[in-house]
Design a protein around this ligand. Structure first.
Ligand code: ACO
Length: 402
């Protein structure tokens, strides 16, 4: 006979896996990743093919709904999204209140969370599938508008309103680089580079921000607050914030005289906490397949836009030195997607502290798809355990005797 009391005792045995290096928290049908082989597929489709042949909105549809859309489905999706690109005018009041130096990621996290105030039906755990779907469309449609506002504020320009004759990515570029007083000519090189960058960032299975979205959502928390939590998790320099950190590091090396070897030596020195930003990855122990595609896109953009930038020359030297250095080879530390994305964003004219916001724009379909999957699978609330290492019972000493 099974001794239930003993089985209950077994629940006190806990697997300790700091950083969840080997712990699967969910079953997912969205993204396949093989870090040893350097393979990444969304819903079964290789990332290389999607980046070469699809638009970002098509990939978003694929991630969220599980299939590549037919032309009719895509047209319908684009139409529904375009109906919701405006953000409630009252949100501008919150937005106006941020000090101009507020980090863009702080603004993004709070503005996304703020959407829940405007769509309170999103708070009800028992929403109908139609209500859930509507909020997914709202979230996806309003994100480029919010992200463009943040950029406009940073440069002191008035915010732009969406022009729904443009596709998703073009609309974002128009709201970012366009002006109220002028026509905006879309540059196909930039539209293509943006589409590729966003596709490459669109999902990456259970990374820090995505796990955060799922775990926050598992308490039945609404979509907007769950995505906002993902934005906060992405902010850190060991995750999405690395693309900003890469350019800051390159600028520092340039200011210091451009001696790449000296900085590589610093990164290898175990008494120095400095790390080469944009190198290494928790799961890729081979070249990050996204980095391969983005490196090519990066070269294209720089050539086509005819950009000469000493910081980019340092990036190239660093890549060269690190790729042939024993320390980096042994530890399988290759340049990751953030190494190249920061370089492209800089070439496109984005200020450095906007880079992680652009990562969030790309990652949004993945977060939404993972949140939706978690709900549809009726996953239990996420609640990791711990190994307690504090004091055993202590005698309470009244304040006057301590
Ligand atoms: N520069 C120098 N040494 C490094 C670097 C680096 N960028 N990354 C890892 N190492 C070394 C570590 O010191 C360690 O060496 P040791 O074995 O001699 O102690 C070894 O490589 C393994 O490193 P861990 O920290 O155990 O690897 P982990 O998988 O935990 O970390 C991480 C991965 C956080 C990405 C790490 O490589 C890093 O900090 N990279 C720089 C930041 C970065 O680019 N982050 C972006 C990640 S991609 C993304 O989020 C989309």
């Amino acid at each position: 006979a099974v001794d239930i009391a003993k089985l209950r005792d077994l629940s006190t045995f806990i697997t300790l896996d700091s950083g969840y290096k080997n712990t699967g928290a969910t079953k997912s049908a969205i993204t396949f990743l093989d870090g040893e082989e350097g393979i990444l597929r969304y819903r079964g489709y290789p990332i290389e093919e999607l980046a070469a042949k699809s638009s970002f909105i098509e990939v978003a549809y694929l991630l969220i709904y599980g299939e590549l859309p037919t032309q009719t489905q895509l047209t319908d999706f684009q139409f529904r999204v375009s109906r919701h690109t405006l953000v409630h005018e009252d949100m501008l009041k919150f937005f106006d209140g941020y000090p101009s130096k507020t980090h863009p990621m702080g603004q993004l996290a709070s503005l996304v969370c703020c959407l829940s105030a405007f769509y309170p039906e999103s708070l009800h755990p028992n929403q109908t599938p139609e209500e859930v779907e509507l909020n997914i469309i709202r979230m996806f449609a309003k994100m480029p508008t919010i992200v463009s506002w943040i950029y406009k504020k940073a440069i002191g320009h008035p915010v732009m309103y969406p022009k729904n004759k443009f596709d998703y990515v073009s609309n974002y570029l128009y709201m970012t680089f366009g002006h109220r007083t002028e026509e905006y000519d879309l540059d196909p090189v930039i539209v293509d580079a943006m589409n590729k960058l966003l596709i490459l960032h669109a999902d990456h299975e259970q990374n820090c921000s995505t796990s955060t979205v799922r775990i926050v959502g598992s308490s039945d928390c609404n979509l907007f607050a769950s995505i906002s939590a993902g934005v906060a998790a992405l902010w850190g320099p060991l995750h999405g914030g690395a693309n900003q950190a890469v350019i800051e590091m390159l600028e520092l090396i340039k200011k210091d005289g451009g001696d790449v070897d000296k900085w590589v030596a610093k990164a290898k020195d175990k008494n120095d906490s400095f790390r080469l930003m944009g190198f290494g990855h928790r799961v890729y122990k081979n070249f990050d397949p996204r980095a391969k595609i983005i490196k090519e896109a990066c070269d294209n953009v720089l050539n086509k836009l005819g950009i000469q930038d000493p910081v980019l020359d340092i990036a190239k030297k660093l890549e060269e030195v690190a790729l042939h250095d024993e320390y980096f080879i042994e530890r399988k530390l290759y340049p990751n997607v953030d190494f190249y994305s920061g370089i492209i964003y800089r070439a496109l004219g984005f200020p450095t502290d906007m880079f992680t916001v652009l990562f969030a724009l790309g990652r949004l379909p993945g977060w939404v798809a993972q949140w939706k999957e978690m709900r549809e699978n009726k996953e239990p609330i996420g609640r990791p355990r711990q190994v307690y290492v504090g004091s055993t019972t202590r005698e309470y000493i009244p304040l006057e005797k301590r």
